[in-house]
Design a protein around this ligand. Structure first.
Ligand code: XMP
Length: 512
């Protein structure tokens, strides 16, 4: 069994980031509720415990406190942010509201020897977000670093192997934060770093089997990275107890439906139901031009179709979703208040409550790049694992204005040519997204001796790392010329191709 370091969750938005840093050190981390008993931790055989940050004040009524017996387990404990306050407060020191809240970047100065800070520069930039601070240390503790506003920015009791950090070593803004975490797991907890993706798969499969038992699971497969990886992982765990539903909403790209059927149904032999609901979606979308209205209709129709499918399938107990960690919370603060980055996720809202289904989200502790690695390890092809993002509402937000089947046909053909050329030029996987947009205008052209009055296709090709910001890709002019010529020559009804040269912000990636 892999070595485990437990991360007790006191509600910080960074808890999963701590877990991720541990995985990067190839140490298996388990995020557990703050109230997990020492007895349970002992059963897990934990080699160390990390107390996460959290929004509360340790001395407030109802503040979350851990089982105090964890301090008698004989394993190292690291308290981060709220966690350091807990160490101080529960072990006999004093924590108080601070006059100067420390928030954002600060400078840490190391003032003493510490195995936790080994190899770290004497002064580093750190990321703070706390209102309270320790004013008196418990017996046995000594301070080993300070910040502008805190004499106890890092503390330790090396005899008992207890350590506390007022700042967040796990976030990207803290310099050498990874070194600090490595020191904790390797030098202090004596972990060996034996965790691999294979062992993650093994434990995920065991946990899915344990949760599901002999019950049935349904999953809405979109063909995107997250739902595909979730489907393959769950299928590996419970085989035919899983049924995937692929909703053909009529807003898919060219050949998409066939590709999904071939890979998941034929190749992986997953129970796959294809819901043929293009007509219903297009009927409900007829004449609708407002983008948000389109999204709402598509979301609601999806739920209706999904419910009908579940009815046909029979008794289902679990709804599986490919929710990943950043769907729930954004990992790295960009600037300002990190809490403002908490976002609601795009997944099928409202469905589980209405259908009284239990939720199964086996990827909800993983970041996108980890999901890709997992997908690779599960044997999914690059065309799935490295697929460009495609919005849930599909081509509906790429046919500007009202949607008709005729427009969709034109857009699909143009889009397929763009994607084909991007792949041929070895650029498909290098850009963030590349797609065609159908504009709601017609322009005059001339083909042969004839005047045409036809549609315009815009090319949107962007580079980005996280879709929060993006820039238009500076593609070779010859390639752009080829794409444009092919679209105008091969797609009936298009006489003009334009290139979108806007960055995000102020534009967005999609046009609607
Ligand atoms: P924007 O257009 O906001 O897009 O710059 C950022 C990223 O999100 C995708 N996107 C969506 N994905 N449902 C989705 O599942 C949506 O309604 C939606 N709108 C935009 C977009 O393709 C890009 O990757």
């Amino acid at each position: 069994m892999a070595e485990v370091v437990a991360v007790l969750d006191f509600g910080s938005q960074y808890t999963q980031v701590i877990a991720r840093r541990l995985r990067e050190c190839q140490v298996y981390s388990k995020v557990l509720p703050f109230s997990t008993s020492a007895e349970e931790l002992k059963k897990e055989g934990v080699k160390g415990v990390i107390l996460s940050g959290g929004p509360s004040s340790v001395f407030a009524d109802n503040a979350p406190h851990p089982d105090k017996a964890i301090f008698d387990l004989g394993v190292p404990v690291l308290g981060i942010c709220y966690g350091i306050q807990l160490l101080g407060y529960l072990l006999g020191g004093k924590a108080e509201h601070s006059e100067e809240r420390e928030y954002g970047k600060g400078t840490l100065t190391i003032t003493g020897e510490s195995p936790l800070l080994n190899g770290v520069n004497k002064t580093i930039q750190v990321w703070n977000s706390h209102g309270d601070k320790l004013t008196e240390l418990p017996e046995g503790f000594t301070p080993v670093a300070t910040t502008e506003n805190s004499d106890f920015a890092a503390i330790q009791d090396t005899k008992r192997q207890f350590f506390g950090l007022q700042f967040h070593p796990e976030v990207f803004h803290t310099e050498q934060g990874t070194d600090i975490i490595r020191n904790f797991v390797f030098d202090i907890c004596k972990c060996e770093g034996d965790w691999t993706m294979e062992s993650y798969i093994e434990s995920s499969i065991a946990s899915i089997r344990d949760t599901v038992g002999d019950k049935k699971v349904i999953l809405g497969l979109s063909g995107g990275v997250d739902s595909s990886v979730a489907a393959k992982l769950i299928h590996d765990a419970i085989g035919t107890q899983l049924t995937c539903v692929f909703v053909d909403n009529g807003l898919l790209r060219k050949d998409e439906r066939e590709a999904v059927k071939k890979l998941y149904g034929d190749h992986f032999q997953i129970n796959l139901v294809v819901a043929d609901s293009a007509d219903l979606f297009l009927e409900r979308l007829a004449g609708v031009t407002d983008p948000e209205q389109k999204r709402k209709i598509i979301g609601n129709t999806f739920i209706d179709v999904f419910e009908d499918e579940v009815e046909i399938i029979g008794t289902v107990d679990f709804l599986a979703q490919g929710t990943i960690y950043p769907d729930i919370i954004e990992s790295v603060p960009i600037d300002g208040n990190p809490a403002s980055l908490i976002k609601s996720h795009h997944n099928v809202g409202g469905l589980p409550e209405r259908m009284k289904l239990k939720i199964l989200e086996p990827l909800n502790q993983l970041f996108k790049d980890e999901v890709r690695l997992l997908g690779k390890s599960l044997g999914l092809p690059d065309s799935v694992v490295w697929r460009q993002p495609f919005p849930g509402p599909g081509l509906a937000v790429r046919v500007l204005g009202d949607i008709t089947e005729d427009k969709l046909v034109v857009l699909r053909e143009a889009d397929a040519i763009l994607l084909e050329e991007m792949k041929a030029a070895d650029l498909y996987y290098k850009v963030w997204q590349s797609f065609a947009v159908f504009l709601p205008v017609r322009t005059v052209g001339v083909m042969g001796d004839e005047r045409t009055y036809d549609n315009v296709i815009a090319l949107r090709i962007v580079e980005s790392v996280d879709a929060m910001t993006a820039d238009w890709a500076k593609l070779d002019h010859d390639l752009l010329a080829k794409i444009s010529n092919r679209i105008i020559n091969e797609v009936k009804g298009v006489n003009r191709v334009v290139l979108d040269i806007s960055s995000k912000p102020p534009s967005t990636i999609e046009w609607e």
